[in-house]
Design a binder for this molecule. Structure first.
Ligand code: ADP
Length: 568
Protein backbone atom coordinates (compact mmCIF):
# COMPACT_ATOMS: atom_id res chain seq x y z
CA UNK A 1 0.00 0.00 0.00
CA UNK A 2 2.78 2.37 0.95
CA UNK A 3 4.71 1.72 -2.27
CA UNK A 4 1.59 2.28 -4.38
CA UNK A 5 0.80 5.46 -2.48
CA UNK A 6 4.36 6.78 -2.91
CA UNK A 7 4.34 5.89 -6.61
CA UNK A 8 1.06 7.70 -7.17
CA UNK A 9 2.08 10.68 -5.05
CA UNK A 10 5.45 11.11 -6.78
CA UNK A 11 3.84 10.85 -10.19
CA UNK A 12 1.15 13.34 -9.26
CA UNK A 13 3.80 15.67 -7.90
CA UNK A 14 5.96 15.35 -11.01
CA UNK A 15 2.91 15.99 -13.17
CA UNK A 16 2.08 19.01 -11.04
CA UNK A 17 5.61 20.41 -11.31
CA UNK A 18 5.71 19.82 -15.05
CA UNK A 19 2.31 21.46 -15.51
CA UNK A 20 3.51 24.34 -13.35
CA UNK A 21 6.68 24.64 -15.43
CA UNK A 22 4.67 24.49 -18.67
CA UNK A 23 2.35 27.26 -17.46
CA UNK A 24 5.34 29.30 -16.35
CA UNK A 25 7.03 28.83 -19.76
CA UNK A 26 3.78 29.79 -21.55
CA UNK A 27 3.63 32.96 -19.43
CA UNK A 28 7.22 33.81 -20.33
CA UNK A 29 6.49 33.15 -24.01
CA UNK A 30 3.49 35.48 -23.78
CA UNK A 31 5.77 38.29 -22.54
CA UNK A 32 8.34 37.70 -25.29
CA UNK A 33 5.62 37.26 -27.93
CA UNK A 34 4.34 40.80 -27.48
CA UNK A 35 7.85 42.13 -28.10
CA UNK A 36 8.43 39.96 -31.13
CA UNK A 37 4.98 40.23 -32.79
CA UNK A 38 5.59 43.66 -34.54
CA UNK A 39 8.74 42.32 -36.21
CA UNK A 40 7.07 39.61 -38.27
CA UNK A 41 5.46 41.99 -40.84
CA UNK A 42 7.85 42.71 -42.39
CA UNK A 43 10.20 40.11 -41.06
CA UNK A 44 13.10 41.56 -39.11
CA UNK A 45 15.03 38.43 -38.25
CA UNK A 46 17.92 40.14 -36.46
CA UNK A 47 15.53 42.11 -34.20
CA UNK A 48 13.74 38.94 -33.29
CA UNK A 49 17.02 37.17 -32.63
CA UNK A 50 18.19 40.03 -30.39
CA UNK A 51 14.99 40.05 -28.35
CA UNK A 52 15.41 36.29 -27.94
CA UNK A 53 18.97 36.69 -26.68
CA UNK A 54 18.07 39.53 -24.29
CA UNK A 55 14.96 37.87 -22.89
CA UNK A 56 16.86 34.57 -22.65
CA UNK A 57 19.58 36.19 -20.61
CA UNK A 58 17.12 37.97 -18.29
CA UNK A 59 14.90 35.00 -17.61
CA UNK A 60 17.53 32.24 -18.03
CA UNK A 61 15.19 30.63 -20.48
CA UNK A 62 16.06 29.65 -23.98
CA UNK A 63 13.68 31.22 -26.47
CA UNK A 64 13.58 30.17 -30.09
CA UNK A 65 11.46 31.76 -32.83
CA UNK A 66 10.55 29.60 -35.79
CA UNK A 67 8.79 30.60 -38.98
CA UNK A 68 5.83 28.51 -40.18
CA UNK A 69 8.14 26.72 -42.68
CA UNK A 70 10.44 25.61 -39.85
CA UNK A 71 13.24 28.19 -40.39
CA UNK A 72 14.72 29.42 -37.15
CA UNK A 73 14.88 33.20 -37.04
CA UNK A 74 15.89 33.80 -33.46
CA UNK A 75 17.45 31.88 -30.63
CA UNK A 76 18.71 32.86 -27.16
CA UNK A 77 21.86 30.78 -27.38
CA UNK A 78 22.71 29.90 -30.97
CA UNK A 79 23.11 31.66 -34.22
CA UNK A 80 19.81 30.92 -36.00
CA UNK A 81 21.45 30.55 -39.38
CA UNK A 82 23.42 27.57 -38.08
CA UNK A 83 20.34 25.86 -36.81
CA UNK A 84 18.51 23.22 -38.83
CA UNK A 85 14.86 23.29 -39.84
CA UNK A 86 12.57 22.87 -36.83
CA UNK A 87 9.34 22.07 -38.67
CA UNK A 88 9.45 18.42 -37.59
CA UNK A 89 9.72 19.10 -33.86
CA UNK A 90 6.59 17.73 -32.15
CA UNK A 91 5.88 20.88 -30.08
CA UNK A 92 6.15 23.04 -33.24
CA UNK A 93 3.84 20.73 -35.14
CA UNK A 94 1.33 20.88 -32.29
CA UNK A 95 1.58 24.70 -32.03
CA UNK A 96 1.00 25.09 -35.74
CA UNK A 97 -1.99 22.84 -35.58
CA UNK A 98 -3.57 23.69 -32.19
CA UNK A 99 -2.01 27.06 -31.24
CA UNK A 100 0.29 25.59 -28.58
CA UNK A 101 2.37 22.45 -28.04
CA UNK A 102 4.54 20.83 -25.52
CA UNK A 103 7.28 18.18 -25.49
CA UNK A 104 9.89 16.80 -23.14
CA UNK A 105 12.95 15.39 -24.84
CA UNK A 106 16.46 14.51 -24.21
CA UNK A 107 18.79 16.91 -25.90
CA UNK A 108 21.98 15.35 -27.15
CA UNK A 109 23.69 18.68 -27.78
CA UNK A 110 23.07 19.87 -24.25
CA UNK A 111 23.11 16.38 -22.65
CA UNK A 112 20.00 17.25 -20.69
CA UNK A 113 16.32 16.53 -20.53
CA UNK A 114 14.46 19.55 -21.74
CA UNK A 115 10.89 20.74 -21.68
CA UNK A 116 9.78 22.60 -24.74
CA UNK A 117 6.65 24.78 -24.86
CA UNK A 118 5.67 26.35 -28.17
CA UNK A 119 2.98 28.96 -28.81
CA UNK A 120 1.84 30.10 -32.27
CA UNK A 121 2.05 33.84 -33.12
CA UNK A 122 -0.70 35.09 -35.41
CA UNK A 123 -0.60 38.40 -37.19
CA UNK A 124 -3.73 39.56 -38.91
CA UNK A 125 -5.28 36.18 -38.43
CA UNK A 126 -2.47 34.46 -40.12
CA UNK A 127 0.17 32.23 -38.58
CA UNK A 128 3.32 34.32 -38.55
CA UNK A 129 5.57 31.98 -36.58
CA UNK A 130 6.05 30.01 -33.40
CA UNK A 131 7.81 31.11 -30.20
CA UNK A 132 9.31 28.29 -28.27
CA UNK A 133 10.73 28.30 -24.75
CA UNK A 134 12.94 25.53 -23.44
CA UNK A 135 13.65 24.69 -19.88
CA UNK A 136 16.02 22.06 -18.54
CA UNK A 137 13.97 19.75 -16.33
CA UNK A 138 17.10 18.20 -14.79
CA UNK A 139 16.72 20.36 -11.74
CA UNK A 140 13.15 19.20 -11.50
CA UNK A 141 14.26 15.60 -11.82
CA UNK A 142 16.81 16.14 -9.06
CA UNK A 143 14.20 17.70 -6.81
CA UNK A 144 11.77 14.97 -7.60
CA UNK A 145 14.46 12.39 -6.84
CA UNK A 146 15.09 14.01 -3.44
CA UNK A 147 11.36 14.10 -2.74
CA UNK A 148 11.04 10.45 -3.78
CA UNK A 149 13.86 9.46 -1.43
CA UNK A 150 12.21 11.32 1.39
CA UNK A 151 8.88 9.69 0.67
CA UNK A 152 10.56 6.26 0.45
CA UNK A 153 12.28 6.94 3.77
CA UNK A 154 8.99 7.98 5.33
CA UNK A 155 7.29 4.99 3.79
CA UNK A 156 9.98 2.64 5.09
CA UNK A 157 9.66 4.18 8.53
CA UNK A 158 5.90 3.74 8.44
CA UNK A 159 6.37 0.17 7.16
CA UNK A 160 8.77 -0.63 10.00
CA UNK A 161 6.45 0.94 12.54
CA UNK A 162 3.40 -0.80 11.14
CA UNK A 163 5.40 -4.06 10.98
CA UNK A 164 6.42 -3.72 14.60
CA UNK A 165 2.89 -2.89 15.71
CA UNK A 166 1.53 -5.79 13.69
CA UNK A 167 4.13 -8.12 15.17
CA UNK A 168 3.24 -7.04 18.69
CA UNK A 169 -0.48 -7.32 17.97
CA UNK A 170 -0.01 -10.73 16.35
CA UNK A 171 2.07 -11.89 19.29
CA UNK A 172 -0.57 -10.67 21.64
CA UNK A 173 -3.19 -12.69 19.78
CA UNK A 174 -1.14 -15.74 18.84
CA UNK A 175 0.49 -16.37 22.26
CA UNK A 176 -2.80 -17.01 24.03
CA UNK A 177 -3.99 -19.02 21.01
CA UNK A 178 -0.83 -21.12 21.26
CA UNK A 179 -1.51 -21.58 24.97
CA UNK A 180 -5.13 -22.52 24.20
CA UNK A 181 -3.88 -25.05 21.66
CA UNK A 182 -1.53 -26.60 24.24
CA UNK A 183 -4.44 -26.76 26.67
CA UNK A 184 -6.66 -28.37 24.05
CA UNK A 185 -3.88 -30.90 23.35
CA UNK A 186 -3.75 -31.67 27.09
CA UNK A 187 -7.54 -32.15 27.10
CA UNK A 188 -7.23 -34.44 24.10
CA UNK A 189 -4.58 -36.45 25.97
CA UNK A 190 -7.09 -36.95 28.77
CA UNK A 191 -5.88 -34.37 31.35
CA UNK A 192 -9.34 -32.92 31.76
CA UNK A 193 -8.69 -31.57 35.24
CA UNK A 194 -6.11 -29.03 33.93
CA UNK A 195 -7.48 -25.50 33.58
CA UNK A 196 -6.65 -23.14 30.72
CA UNK A 197 -5.38 -19.70 31.86
CA UNK A 198 -7.77 -16.93 30.81
CA UNK A 199 -6.13 -14.64 28.20
CA UNK A 200 -6.60 -10.87 28.45
CA UNK A 201 -8.48 -10.62 25.16
CA UNK A 202 -12.18 -10.78 25.79
CA UNK A 203 -12.98 -13.12 22.91
CA UNK A 204 -10.15 -15.53 23.73
CA UNK A 205 -11.01 -15.42 27.42
CA UNK A 206 -14.55 -16.44 26.46
CA UNK A 207 -13.19 -19.26 24.34
CA UNK A 208 -10.88 -20.46 27.14
CA UNK A 209 -13.72 -20.34 29.62
CA UNK A 210 -15.98 -22.32 27.29
CA UNK A 211 -13.20 -24.88 26.80
CA UNK A 212 -12.66 -25.16 30.57
CA UNK A 213 -16.37 -25.69 31.11
CA UNK A 214 -16.44 -28.27 28.33
CA UNK A 215 -13.47 -30.13 29.88
CA UNK A 216 -15.06 -30.06 33.34
CA UNK A 217 -18.35 -31.35 31.96
CA UNK A 218 -16.54 -34.03 29.95
CA UNK A 219 -14.58 -35.02 33.03
CA UNK A 220 -17.80 -35.39 35.04
CA UNK A 221 -19.42 -37.36 32.22
CA UNK A 222 -16.43 -39.67 31.87
CA UNK A 223 -16.23 -40.15 35.64
CA UNK A 224 -19.90 -41.03 35.80
CA UNK A 225 -19.56 -43.34 32.77
CA UNK A 226 -16.61 -45.09 34.43
CA UNK A 227 -18.54 -45.36 37.67
CA UNK A 228 -21.54 -46.84 35.88
CA UNK A 229 -19.27 -49.23 34.00
CA UNK A 230 -17.59 -50.29 37.26
CA UNK A 231 -20.92 -50.79 38.97
CA UNK A 232 -22.15 -52.87 36.05
CA UNK A 233 -18.88 -54.80 36.01
CA UNK A 234 -19.17 -55.46 39.75
CA UNK A 235 -22.74 -56.65 39.37
CA UNK A 236 -21.83 -58.85 36.41
CA UNK A 237 -18.73 -60.22 38.15
CA UNK A 238 -20.57 -61.08 41.32
CA UNK A 239 -23.44 -62.75 39.51
CA UNK A 240 -23.74 -66.46 39.94
CA UNK A 241 -24.92 -66.74 36.35
CA UNK A 242 -22.80 -66.43 33.25
CA UNK A 243 -23.86 -63.44 31.13
CA UNK A 244 -22.96 -62.92 27.45
CA UNK A 245 -24.17 -60.09 25.22
CA UNK A 246 -24.13 -60.93 21.52
CA UNK A 247 -24.80 -58.46 18.71
CA UNK A 248 -26.90 -59.13 15.61
CA UNK A 249 -23.88 -60.42 13.68
CA UNK A 250 -23.29 -63.05 16.39
CA UNK A 251 -20.20 -61.22 17.70
CA UNK A 252 -19.61 -61.15 21.45
CA UNK A 253 -20.12 -57.63 22.84
CA UNK A 254 -19.18 -58.53 26.40
CA UNK A 255 -19.25 -61.36 28.88
CA UNK A 256 -18.80 -61.65 32.61
CA UNK A 257 -15.94 -63.66 34.18
CA UNK A 258 -18.22 -66.60 35.01
CA UNK A 259 -19.35 -66.89 31.37
CA UNK A 260 -15.71 -66.85 30.25
CA UNK A 261 -15.05 -69.64 32.75
CA UNK A 262 -18.05 -71.62 31.53
CA UNK A 263 -16.94 -71.28 27.88
CA UNK A 264 -13.27 -71.72 28.84
CA UNK A 265 -12.20 -68.66 26.85
CA UNK A 266 -10.36 -65.43 27.46
CA UNK A 267 -12.74 -62.58 28.22
CA UNK A 268 -10.73 -59.81 26.58
CA UNK A 269 -9.84 -61.87 23.52
CA UNK A 270 -13.48 -62.86 23.04
CA UNK A 271 -14.62 -59.27 22.62
CA UNK A 272 -15.92 -58.54 19.11
CA UNK A 273 -15.20 -62.07 17.95
CA UNK A 274 -17.93 -64.32 16.76
CA UNK A 275 -19.42 -66.76 19.23
CA UNK A 276 -18.76 -69.61 16.76
CA UNK A 277 -15.07 -68.81 16.85
CA UNK A 278 -14.86 -68.64 20.63
CA UNK A 279 -17.17 -71.49 21.63
CA UNK A 280 -17.13 -74.64 19.57
CA UNK A 281 -20.48 -76.11 20.45
CA UNK A 282 -23.01 -76.77 17.71
CA UNK A 283 -26.00 -76.79 20.05
CA UNK A 284 -25.05 -73.37 21.43
CA UNK A 285 -24.50 -71.96 17.93
CA UNK A 286 -27.93 -73.16 16.86
CA UNK A 287 -29.44 -71.71 20.01
CA UNK A 288 -27.80 -68.30 19.40
CA UNK A 289 -29.01 -68.26 15.79
CA UNK A 290 -32.54 -69.08 16.93
CA UNK A 291 -32.42 -66.56 19.78
CA UNK A 292 -31.30 -63.76 17.43
CA UNK A 293 -34.24 -64.46 15.13
CA UNK A 294 -36.78 -64.89 17.93
CA UNK A 295 -38.59 -61.83 19.22
CA UNK A 296 -39.08 -63.40 22.64
CA UNK A 297 -36.95 -65.13 25.24
CA UNK A 298 -35.87 -68.71 24.67
CA UNK A 299 -34.59 -71.30 27.12
CA UNK A 300 -32.70 -74.54 26.66
CA UNK A 301 -30.30 -76.94 28.39
CA UNK A 302 -27.03 -77.36 26.51
CA UNK A 303 -24.34 -79.90 27.31
CA UNK A 304 -20.67 -78.82 27.34
CA UNK A 305 -17.74 -81.16 27.66
CA UNK A 306 -14.82 -79.99 29.70
CA UNK A 307 -13.12 -82.63 31.84
CA UNK A 308 -16.58 -84.12 32.18
CA UNK A 309 -20.04 -83.24 31.03
CA UNK A 310 -21.57 -79.94 32.16
CA UNK A 311 -25.11 -78.89 31.54
CA UNK A 312 -25.82 -75.19 31.17
CA UNK A 313 -29.33 -73.84 31.30
CA UNK A 314 -29.32 -70.91 28.85
CA UNK A 315 -31.97 -68.21 28.72
CA UNK A 316 -31.93 -65.63 25.95
CA UNK A 317 -33.62 -62.25 25.88
CA UNK A 318 -33.50 -59.60 23.12
CA UNK A 319 -31.31 -56.49 23.60
CA UNK A 320 -32.76 -53.27 22.22
CA UNK A 321 -31.18 -49.83 22.01
CA UNK A 322 -32.73 -46.55 23.17
CA UNK A 323 -34.74 -46.38 19.91
CA UNK A 324 -36.27 -49.79 20.60
CA UNK A 325 -34.19 -51.19 17.74
CA UNK A 326 -33.04 -54.77 18.19
CA UNK A 327 -29.24 -54.88 18.47
CA UNK A 328 -28.58 -58.37 19.76
CA UNK A 329 -29.39 -60.91 22.39
CA UNK A 330 -28.42 -61.50 26.00
CA UNK A 331 -27.62 -65.00 27.21
CA UNK A 332 -27.88 -65.80 30.91
CA UNK A 333 -26.42 -69.18 31.80
CA UNK A 334 -26.68 -71.27 34.93
CA UNK A 335 -24.69 -74.41 35.55
CA UNK A 336 -27.43 -76.95 36.26
CA UNK A 337 -25.21 -80.04 36.08
CA UNK A 338 -25.75 -80.90 39.75
CA UNK A 339 -29.43 -80.03 39.64
CA UNK A 340 -30.06 -82.16 36.56
CA UNK A 341 -28.03 -85.01 38.04
CA UNK A 342 -30.06 -84.79 41.24
CA UNK A 343 -33.32 -84.71 39.27
CA UNK A 344 -32.12 -87.74 37.38
CA UNK A 345 -31.17 -89.47 40.59
CA UNK A 346 -34.53 -88.61 42.15
CA UNK A 347 -36.38 -90.07 39.18
CA UNK A 348 -34.21 -93.20 39.28
CA UNK A 349 -34.70 -93.42 43.00
CA UNK A 350 -38.48 -93.27 42.78
CA UNK A 351 -38.45 -95.84 39.99
CA UNK A 352 -36.12 -98.09 42.01
CA UNK A 353 -38.10 -97.80 45.23
CA UNK A 354 -41.35 -98.56 43.41
CA UNK A 355 -39.75 -101.52 41.73
CA UNK A 356 -38.20 -102.82 44.95
CA UNK A 357 -41.51 -102.56 46.78
CA UNK A 358 -43.63 -103.85 43.95
CA UNK A 359 -41.84 -107.24 43.69
CA UNK A 360 -42.52 -108.40 47.30
CA UNK A 361 -46.00 -106.84 47.22
CA UNK A 362 -46.93 -108.81 44.09
CA UNK A 363 -45.66 -112.00 45.69
CA UNK A 364 -47.51 -111.30 48.94
CA UNK A 365 -50.70 -110.52 47.07
CA UNK A 366 -50.45 -113.75 45.06
CA UNK A 367 -49.89 -116.00 48.08
CA UNK A 368 -52.45 -114.26 50.29
CA UNK A 369 -55.07 -114.53 47.50
CA UNK A 370 -54.34 -118.24 47.12
CA UNK A 371 -54.73 -118.72 50.86
CA UNK A 372 -57.86 -116.55 50.94
CA UNK A 373 -59.53 -118.55 48.20
CA UNK A 374 -58.72 -121.72 50.11
CA UNK A 375 -57.01 -123.15 47.10
CA UNK A 376 -54.37 -124.79 49.30
CA UNK A 377 -55.20 -128.26 50.48
CA UNK A 378 -52.50 -129.43 52.78
CA UNK A 379 -51.61 -127.61 55.94
CA UNK A 380 -47.97 -128.07 54.92
CA UNK A 381 -48.43 -125.89 51.84
CA UNK A 382 -50.47 -123.53 53.94
CA UNK A 383 -47.58 -123.02 56.31
CA UNK A 384 -45.04 -122.82 53.50
CA UNK A 385 -47.05 -120.06 51.80
CA UNK A 386 -47.39 -118.16 55.02
CA UNK A 387 -43.61 -118.49 55.49
CA UNK A 388 -43.04 -116.98 52.04
CA UNK A 389 -45.41 -114.14 52.84
CA UNK A 390 -43.58 -113.48 56.10
CA UNK A 391 -40.25 -113.44 54.20
CA UNK A 392 -41.50 -110.84 51.76
CA UNK A 393 -43.04 -108.75 54.52
CA UNK A 394 -39.70 -108.86 56.36
CA UNK A 395 -38.00 -107.74 53.16
CA UNK A 396 -40.45 -104.91 52.74
CA UNK A 397 -39.88 -103.98 56.35
CA UNK A 398 -36.12 -103.86 55.92
CA UNK A 399 -36.44 -101.77 52.74
CA UNK A 400 -38.66 -99.29 54.56
CA UNK A 401 -36.32 -99.28 57.55
CA UNK A 402 -33.31 -98.65 55.34
CA UNK A 403 -35.13 -95.90 53.46
CA UNK A 404 -36.12 -94.26 56.72
CA UNK A 405 -32.54 -94.51 57.98
CA UNK A 406 -31.26 -92.99 54.75
CA UNK A 407 -33.67 -90.10 54.78
CA UNK A 408 -32.88 -89.41 58.42
CA UNK A 409 -29.16 -89.29 57.71
CA UNK A 410 -29.66 -87.24 54.58
CA UNK A 411 -31.64 -84.53 56.32
CA UNK A 412 -29.93 -81.28 55.79
CA UNK A 413 -29.02 -80.35 59.32
CA UNK A 414 -28.20 -83.88 60.26
CA UNK A 415 -24.57 -83.01 60.92
CA UNK A 416 -25.58 -80.73 63.77
CA UNK A 417 -27.93 -83.37 65.14
CA UNK A 418 -25.12 -85.94 65.39
CA UNK A 419 -24.84 -87.33 68.88
CA UNK A 420 -21.08 -86.96 69.16
CA UNK A 421 -19.16 -88.54 72.04
CA UNK A 422 -15.63 -89.80 72.53
CA UNK A 423 -15.89 -93.56 72.66
CA UNK A 424 -13.61 -96.58 72.48
CA UNK A 425 -13.62 -97.99 68.95
CA UNK A 426 -13.08 -101.50 70.35
CA UNK A 427 -16.50 -101.35 72.06
CA UNK A 428 -18.26 -100.27 68.87
CA UNK A 429 -16.63 -103.08 66.91
CA UNK A 430 -17.62 -105.63 69.54
CA UNK A 431 -21.26 -104.52 69.54
CA UNK A 432 -21.33 -104.67 65.73
CA UNK A 433 -19.88 -108.18 65.81
CA UNK A 434 -22.53 -109.24 68.30
CA UNK A 435 -25.25 -108.05 65.92
CA UNK A 436 -23.79 -110.10 63.06
CA UNK A 437 -22.72 -113.03 65.17
CA UNK A 438 -25.77 -115.14 64.31
CA UNK A 439 -25.26 -114.81 60.55
CA UNK A 440 -21.54 -115.46 60.89
CA UNK A 441 -22.06 -118.55 62.92
CA UNK A 442 -24.63 -119.83 60.43
CA UNK A 443 -21.91 -119.70 57.78
CA UNK A 444 -19.11 -120.72 60.17
CA UNK A 445 -17.27 -117.49 59.47
CA UNK A 446 -14.70 -116.33 62.00
CA UNK A 447 -14.52 -112.57 62.71
CA UNK A 448 -11.09 -111.41 63.70
CA UNK A 449 -10.73 -107.95 65.38
CA UNK A 450 -7.55 -105.97 65.68
CA UNK A 451 -8.16 -102.80 67.61
CA UNK A 452 -5.98 -101.09 70.19
CA UNK A 453 -7.46 -101.05 73.66
CA UNK A 454 -7.07 -97.27 73.96
CA UNK A 455 -8.17 -96.40 70.46
CA UNK A 456 -10.82 -93.66 70.80
CA UNK A 457 -12.77 -91.49 68.40
CA UNK A 458 -15.35 -88.73 68.67
CA UNK A 459 -18.31 -90.14 66.79
CA UNK A 460 -22.01 -90.85 66.92
CA UNK A 461 -21.63 -94.36 68.34
CA UNK A 462 -25.02 -95.69 67.18
CA UNK A 463 -24.49 -94.52 63.62
CA UNK A 464 -20.90 -95.73 63.33
CA UNK A 465 -22.03 -99.07 64.73
CA UNK A 466 -24.71 -99.28 62.07
CA UNK A 467 -22.14 -98.51 59.35
CA UNK A 468 -19.81 -101.23 60.63
CA UNK A 469 -22.74 -103.66 60.92
CA UNK A 470 -23.69 -102.99 57.29
CA UNK A 471 -20.13 -103.61 56.07
CA UNK A 472 -19.72 -106.66 58.30
CA UNK A 473 -23.06 -108.01 57.16
CA UNK A 474 -22.01 -107.64 53.49
CA UNK A 475 -18.63 -109.25 54.21
CA UNK A 476 -20.41 -112.26 55.71
CA UNK A 477 -23.09 -112.33 53.01
CA UNK A 478 -20.66 -112.31 50.10
CA UNK A 479 -18.16 -114.83 51.61
CA UNK A 480 -18.14 -118.59 51.27
CA UNK A 481 -18.97 -120.78 54.26
CA UNK A 482 -16.03 -121.27 56.61
CA UNK A 483 -14.27 -118.12 55.40
CA UNK A 484 -12.82 -115.34 57.54
CA UNK A 485 -13.54 -111.64 58.08
CA UNK A 486 -11.09 -109.18 59.60
CA UNK A 487 -11.75 -105.87 61.30
CA UNK A 488 -8.76 -103.64 61.73
CA UNK A 489 -8.99 -100.24 63.42
CA UNK A 490 -6.01 -97.87 63.63
CA UNK A 491 -5.00 -94.24 63.87
CA UNK A 492 -2.84 -92.88 61.10
CA UNK A 493 -1.94 -89.27 60.16
CA UNK A 494 -4.54 -87.92 62.58
CA UNK A 495 -7.28 -90.00 60.92
CA UNK A 496 -9.11 -92.94 62.38
CA UNK A 497 -9.28 -95.80 59.89
CA UNK A 498 -11.50 -98.88 60.17
CA UNK A 499 -10.89 -101.60 57.56
CA UNK A 500 -13.30 -104.52 57.08
CA UNK A 501 -11.75 -107.21 55.00
CA UNK A 502 -13.25 -110.39 53.60
CA UNK A 503 -12.02 -113.18 51.36
CA UNK A 504 -15.29 -113.65 49.50
CA UNK A 505 -16.41 -113.29 45.89
CA UNK A 506 -14.96 -109.78 45.43
CA UNK A 507 -16.22 -107.10 43.05
CA UNK A 508 -15.15 -106.41 39.47
CA UNK A 509 -13.26 -103.16 38.92
CA UNK A 510 -15.95 -101.67 36.62
CA UNK A 511 -18.61 -101.94 39.37
CA UNK A 512 -16.58 -100.24 42.10
CA UNK A 513 -17.41 -96.64 41.17
CA UNK A 514 -21.17 -97.10 41.48
CA UNK A 515 -21.17 -99.36 44.50
CA UNK A 516 -22.28 -96.70 46.97
CA UNK A 517 -25.31 -95.62 44.91
CA UNK A 518 -28.74 -96.45 46.23
CA UNK A 519 -30.16 -99.71 45.00
CA UNK A 520 -27.02 -100.50 43.08
CA UNK A 521 -26.23 -104.15 43.19
CA UNK A 522 -23.64 -106.12 41.29
CA UNK A 523 -25.79 -109.24 41.16
CA UNK A 524 -29.42 -108.34 41.77
CA UNK A 525 -30.76 -111.87 42.15
CA UNK A 526 -28.07 -112.91 44.52
CA UNK A 527 -28.48 -109.82 46.66
CA UNK A 528 -32.21 -110.35 46.92
CA UNK A 529 -31.77 -113.95 47.72
CA UNK A 530 -29.44 -112.97 50.52
CA UNK A 531 -32.01 -110.47 51.85
CA UNK A 532 -30.14 -107.37 50.59
CA UNK A 533 -31.92 -104.10 49.87
CA UNK A 534 -29.20 -102.40 47.83
CA UNK A 535 -29.22 -99.56 50.35
CA UNK A 536 -26.63 -100.83 52.85
CA UNK A 537 -23.59 -99.16 51.30
CA UNK A 538 -25.51 -95.94 50.55
CA UNK A 539 -26.31 -95.73 54.28
CA UNK A 540 -22.63 -96.33 55.13
CA UNK A 541 -21.58 -93.56 52.78
CA UNK A 542 -24.01 -91.05 54.27
CA UNK A 543 -23.08 -91.90 57.86
CA UNK A 544 -19.38 -91.45 57.09
CA UNK A 545 -20.05 -88.20 55.20
CA UNK A 546 -22.05 -86.89 58.17
CA UNK A 547 -18.85 -87.39 60.18
CA UNK A 548 -16.94 -85.51 57.45
CA UNK A 549 -15.09 -88.70 56.66
CA UNK A 550 -14.68 -90.91 53.63
CA UNK A 551 -15.38 -94.54 52.74
CA UNK A 552 -13.39 -96.42 50.12
CA UNK A 553 -13.32 -99.90 48.65
CA UNK A 554 -10.57 -102.06 47.23
CA UNK A 555 -11.55 -105.35 45.69
CA UNK A 556 -10.55 -108.06 43.29
CA UNK A 557 -12.94 -110.45 41.72
CA UNK A 558 -12.66 -113.85 43.42
CA UNK A 559 -10.14 -112.67 46.01
CA UNK A 560 -12.22 -110.59 48.40
CA UNK A 561 -12.80 -106.96 49.30
CA UNK A 562 -11.64 -104.37 51.82
CA UNK A 563 -14.00 -101.53 52.79
CA UNK A 564 -12.30 -98.71 54.72
CA UNK A 565 -13.89 -95.93 56.77
CA UNK A 566 -11.71 -92.86 57.39
CA UNK A 567 -12.81 -90.40 60.04
CA UNK A 568 -11.08 -87.11 60.84
P1 ADP B 1 -27.06 -105.20 49.44
O1 ADP B 1 -28.15 -105.01 50.39
O2 ADP B 1 -27.51 -105.73 48.12
O3 ADP B 1 -25.90 -105.90 49.98
P2 ADP B 1 -25.31 -102.97 49.56
O4 ADP B 1 -25.50 -101.52 49.29
O5 ADP B 1 -24.91 -103.33 50.91
O6 ADP B 1 -26.61 -103.73 49.11
O7 ADP B 1 -24.25 -103.49 48.55
C1 ADP B 1 -24.38 -103.17 47.19
C2 ADP B 1 -23.78 -104.25 46.34
O8 ADP B 1 -22.38 -104.27 46.52
C3 ADP B 1 -24.21 -105.62 46.72
O9 ADP B 1 -25.37 -105.98 46.03
C4 ADP B 1 -23.05 -106.47 46.30
O10 ADP B 1 -23.20 -106.86 44.94
C5 ADP B 1 -21.86 -105.58 46.44
N1 ADP B 1 -21.12 -105.82 47.69
C6 ADP B 1 -21.20 -105.13 48.85
N2 ADP B 1 -20.34 -105.62 49.75
C7 ADP B 1 -19.68 -106.61 49.16
C8 ADP B 1 -18.63 -107.51 49.57
N3 ADP B 1 -18.10 -107.45 50.81
N4 ADP B 1 -18.20 -108.44 48.68
C9 ADP B 1 -18.73 -108.51 47.45
N5 ADP B 1 -19.70 -107.69 46.98
C10 ADP B 1 -20.17 -106.75 47.83
Amino acid sequence: SIITAIWFASHAMERFFLDQTATDLTDRITLVRYQIEPHFRPLQADRIDRICKEAGQLSSTRFTVILPDGTVVGDSQENPSHMDNHAGRPEIKAARQYGSGQSIRYSKTLDRRLMYVAVAVTVENELAGVVRAAFAVNALDERMGAIRWRMAGGGALIAILVGLISLLAARKISRPIERLKQGADAFAAGNLTDKLPLPETEELAGLAQAMNQMAARLDRRIASAIQQKNELETVLSSMREGVVAIDSSEAIMSMNPLAAEMFECDRERAKNRSIQEMVRNLALQNFVAKALKAGDSLEDDIAFFRQDEHILNIKSSPIVDSNEKRIGTLLVMTDVTRLRRLEHMRRDFVANVSHEIKTPLTAIKGYVETLYNREVDSSEDHNRFLGIVINHVTRLESIVEDLLALSRIERENFREALNLATVKLGNICQTAIQVCQKNAEAKRIAIDVQCGEDLQATVDATLLEQAIVNLLDNAIKYSEDGSRVEINAEKRDGMTAIHIRDYGCGIAQRNLSRLFERFYRVDKARSRQLGGTGLGLAIVKHIVQAHEGEVTVESRLGEGSTFSIYLP
